[in-house]
Design a protein around this ligand. Structure first.
Ligand code: KIV
Ligand code: NA
Length: 264
């Protein structure tokens, strides 16, 4: 049976961890989906992973549409989440138009990076039938404001703000939250504070779900390997088995381990 937002809500209610991975093409989408990954993310990380840029900012709507439609063809029942690229949701009007294009290409949900400024836009999308994932913490589209890729929410004020923003975004209509590179105790507090399923990357083992960039979990990271990445291909014989091992490790919460986690 196909995964829907209801499936993710049921996982949260039952306390069962669910998995997500990026895919950018039909072949990976099929492998990932058939291995039992619940959510496929067409991340704007493709700007770095596929295109070789040093940030996600250059990714365009046309490129996202191309990759979403490829993934949709390979998908075998996972929920397809598509990133809205940098500045394509700067106004609510732009967000509605651009989200519609991603949905027409085959997405079931769109993901936006930001904080409380997104509430009106998220309400507008939600009211018109577009499920939204709100991405908080290390939001890579803000790299130039952050001055680098840094763990977020480390001091108590920043942590309180992130909890507040998570609650506001949920109240505005966000169906899923995603936390990137935040201390595990903060991610646990946010996961408890909201009813919406929370997906983490570099956010510890207590979020409702986990996500990784598929290249990273296959050990083909170029450059410095982030702390939260684990190579699942190293101990398995094939891409298929590596993805299955990831699904299992997320489900039994053996991934992420302490070594993949930011404590504070
Ligand atoms: O673009 C992406 O792949 C992402 C994940 C890392 C969460 O946003
Ligand atoms: Na992204």
């Amino acid at each position: 049976m196909a995964v829907t937002i209801n499936t993710l809500r049921e996982y949260k209610q039952k306390g069962e961890a669910f998995s997500a991975l990026t895919s950018y093409d039909a072949t990976f989408a099929q492998v990932v989906s058939e291995a039992g990954v619940d959510v496929i993310l067409i991340g704007d990380s493709l700007g770095m992973v596929l295109q070789g840029h040093d940030s996600t900012l250059p990714v365009t709507m046309d490129q996202m549409i191309y990759h979403v439609s490829s993934v949709a063809k390979g998908n075998r029942g996972s929920l397809i989440m598509a990133d809205m690229p940098f500045m394509t949701y700067g106004t609510t009007e732009a967000a509605l138009e651009n989200a519609a294009e991603l949905m027409r290409a085959g997405a079931h949900m769109v993901k936006l990076e930001g904080t409380d400024w997104m509430t009106d836009t998220i309400s507008a999308l939600s009211e018109r039938g577009v499920p939204v994932c709100a991405h908080l913490g290390l939001t890579p589209q803000f790299v130039n404001k952050f001055g680098g890729y840094k763990v977020q929410g480390r001091d108590e004020h920043a942590a309180e703000m992130m909890i507040e923003h998570a609650c506001e975004l949920e109240a505005a209509g966000a169906d899923v939250l995603l936390l990137e590179c935040v201390p595990a105790p903060l991610a646990a507090r946010i996961t408890q504070a909201v009813k919406a399923p929370v997906i983490g990357i570099g956010a510890g083992a207590d979020t409702d779900g986990q996500v990784l960039v598929v290249h990273d979990m296959l050990g083909i990271t170029t450059g410095r390997k982030p702390r939260f990445v684990k190579d699942f291909l190293a101990d398995t014989g094939s891409v298929q088995q590596a993805v299955e091992a990831y699904v299992k490790a997320v489900r039994d919460r053996s991934f992420p381990a302490e070594e993949h986690t930011f404590k504070a």
